[in-house]
Design a protein around this ligand. Sequence first.
Ligand code: C2E
Ligand code: MG
Ligand code: MG
Ligand code: MG
Length: 299
Amino acid sequence: NSDTAMYQAKASGRNNYRFYSPEMDAKAADRLMLENNLRRALERNELSLHYQPIVSLASGEIMAVEALLRWTHPVMGVVSPARFIPVAEDSSLILPIGEWVLETACRQIREWDKTKQFSGRVVVNLSPRQFRQGDLVKRFTHIIERTGIDPQRLGMEITESVIMENLDSSIRMLQSLKDMGVEFSLDDFGTGYSSLSYLKRFPVDKLKIDQSFVRDLVNDHDDEALVKAIIAMAHSLKIRVVAEGVETRQQLDFLREQHCDQYQGYYFSRPLPPTNSCSRKTETMRTNQKQTPPSNRQD
Ligand code: C2E
Ligand code: MG
Ligand code: MG
Ligand code: MG
């Protein structure tokens, strides 16, 4: 049948044949194409992690770095996480990829220990699918033990929607990782079904204000009010607050006035590869040495 194109994908050692008709929309075809390529990305070494500093507003010190996945395909070039993470999530590929991310981050911690370059936490993003895995704690503990890192050096970010799905089992899972020393942040806060009452029950250490609220700070009074309210509420629950997507000095000054604890964004640094070829990186990845708070810098 000439109307039927055949795609061959190799999954766990055997061949799967997938068929689609021209009616299948372009978006679905694009996803299937991405999925087939992503399946090979791990073994072909096309994935890497970049790291973005998370900085204390009070001291200017780098407290942690967030590991962000990067995919460079030999033909398509750089594929953005916004495009491939949803595909990985829907196809379960996020499970092996997520383990690769944790393992790579753990190895990076050891590497930075050796070079004395960075002694803060390395934070990884956990996807909903990963969080739904019954044996997540066992799998993660295994990776932590195998790489021999101190769990106090690890952080994890999850989104609100994940924990809302199954609050009780989420709390149990989180608590056993927290007991080991892992720190937890609620990512993209404010974009999901925020129910303030669950925050009281949920043992989270940090809240990350989504960048959509930070973007228009200083111009949009509604966003200013929201950010103020989030910070006040988090602090009253003894939860620290991180602002995402800080790009300007004005945003930073506003956040400092509101006693926001930490920030992350292009204003301080973009996500960068771990091996440093440029001096900016050497500077940004160092915590053992106190940094001048950015507000005092001559920009
Ligand atoms: P996220 O976890 O909320 O990560 C923050 C995103 O904001 C990153 O995008 C980062 O590059 C970007 N960003 C940081 N500072 C600024 C800024 O000042 N301005 C702007 N406009 N953007 C800024 P990225 O790297 O494209 O990642 C997008 C999303 O993909 C992440 O959002 C996260 O949800 C997901 N992701 C990335 N890596 C992983 C991973 O290893 N596992 C999982 N499950 N998801 C990941
Ligand atoms: Mg994140
Ligand atoms: Mg985020
Ligand atoms: Mg985000």
